[in-house]
Design a protein around this ligand. Structure first.
Ligand code: PGA
Length: 249
């Protein structure tokens, strides 16, 4: 049985003191939930403080991005080894905001995924179509390209693929369980095409306006193995409720 992965992406939110405050309220809410992987992704500046807070708990930490080089003259960038050193076990790569605002393409995403996995980080690679791509019938082609290029020469272990339809991010417009399942099943097929019978460990998680109210129905979908949560991941109570989702049958 695959462990569900429930991750909060804080984006450009929270200072160090806000980070500490969050974990002091959040950790008691998820104590004992060991059948699932709970991950929080603070901004770079709060990683070290967050690592101190989660020490001794089962909660894991992700960075929101990484660079593919190991060290050197790359002003503003952070290497995989630096993330491990700060206490990260995971890293989010290829979020649609990175693709949209920082011109990251599938080739850059692939370089980052390979470098992060080589260093021993668990990767959460994001894919997803825009509204325009969905409405013009190109969603599946776009997602297939993102998955296949992003995972070129990448092994299936320690790998999570997050399906995040861009039209559902921060809009309050969640994909319905049926819409999510349809794309997740498609991604599962693309991943099987890449890895054959070794595709088993790869988890596909859903992101885009996940809330305490819709998490149970999304997690009930056959090919959905977790969630990547933005806005609702900023509050201990709402993320605590999401992380405590109950699997409906
Ligand atoms: P949202 O963000 O939950 O606020 O829609 C999701 C994400 O961008 O990962």
């Amino acid at each position: 049985m695959k462990k569900y992965c429930i991750a909060a992406n804080w984006k450009m939110n929270k200072t160090i003191s806000e980070t500490k405050e969050f974990f002091r309220a959040f950790l008691p809410l998820v104590r004992g939930l060991e059948d699932r992987e709970i991950v929080v992704a603070p901004p770079f500046t709060a990683l070290f403080a967050a690592a101190e807070e989660i020490r001794g708990s089962a909660v894991r930490m992700a960075a929101q991005d990484v660079f593919w080089e190991e060290k050197g003259a790359f002003t503003g960038e952070v290497s995989p080894a630096m993330l491990l050193d700060a206490g990260c076990s995971h890293v989010i790569i290829g979020h649609s905001e990175r693709r949209q605002y920082f011109s990251e393409d599938d080739v850059a995403v692939n370089r980052k995924v390979r470098a992060a996995k080589k260093a021993g980080l668990e990767v959460i690679m994001c894919v997803g179509e825009s509204l325009d791509e969905r409405e013009s019938g190109r969603a599946f082609d776009v997602i297939k390209r993102q998955v296949e290029t992003g995972l070129t020469e990448v092994s299936p272990e320690h790998l999570v693929v997050a399906y995040e339809p861009i039209w559902a991010i921060g809009t309050g417009k969640t994909a319905t369980a049926d819409q999510a399942q349809e794309v997740h099943a498609f991604i599962a097929k693309v991943i099987s095409g890449l890895y054959g019978d070794k595709a088993g460990p790869v988890r596909i998680i859903y992101g885009g306006s996940v809330t305490p109210d819709n998490v149970d129905s999304l997690m009930a979908c056959e090919d959905v193995f977790g969630a990547l949560v933005g806005g609702a991941g900023l509050k201990p109570e709402s993320f605590g409720r999401i992380a405590s989702f109950k699997k409906e049958n």
